[in-house]
Design a protein around this ligand. Structure first.
Ligand code: SF4
Ligand code: SF4
Length: 149
């Protein structure tokens, strides 16, 4: 009988650091800047990404130092995930914390880090860096919150 993969048998809070890090599909969506309406507290995604994101690989260019360099950058933990209402629906941490399976394009399933891009899930090719974006209000978009597909 085929053994189940670790993300189906190990709880998020019991994963090793290596297992935990491997859950990230590399989509880059959590690095999109968001706007919050002061009155309604509604959140809107923008197509603008953090200045430290590599627009080609969709990876953080300063991952070990990210918290110091970008104080708004949140370090994910099992406890915090359910409280982050802006986490993309496609995010593996959110999917697993909601008891959902990983999709076919996730690199842990496909064994290919490119499938997250090929499936149109990542931010590659559709974002601008905050270094050159200008006014965030001009960049509001809906696509980051689309369904897993
Ligand atoms: S949204 Fe989730 S899966 Fe995508 S880069 Fe962020 S942590 Fe990784
Ligand atoms: S510091 Fe890195 S991980 Fe954090 S939001 Fe910016 S690019 Fe993303």
């Amino acid at each position: 009988m085929k053994e189940k993969p670790f993300w189906e048998t190990v709880a998020l809070e019991d994963m090793s650091a290596e297992q935990w890090e491997s859950l990230c599909d590399g989509c880059g969506k959590c690095c999109l800047l968001k706007l919050e309406d002061e009155d309604t507290l509604e959140l809107a995604y923008t197509e603008v990404v953090c200045r430290l994101l590599d627009l080609g690989t969709c990876q953080c260019t300063r991952y070990p130092e990210r918290s110091r360099l970008v104080p708004d950058c949140i370090t994910l933990t099992p406890d915090i995930i359910p409280t982050l209402r802006w986490m993309p629906r496609t995010c593996a941490y959110r999917l697993l914390s909601e008891g959902k399976p990983l999709p076919w394009w996730h690199p842990l399933i496909s064994k290919d880090p490119e499938t997250v891009h090929q499936a149109g899930i990542s931010v590659r090719g559709r974002v601008v860096s905050e270094r050159r974006a200008g006014d965030l209000e001009d960049h509001i978009v809906d696509w980051p919150d689309e369904d897993v597909g």
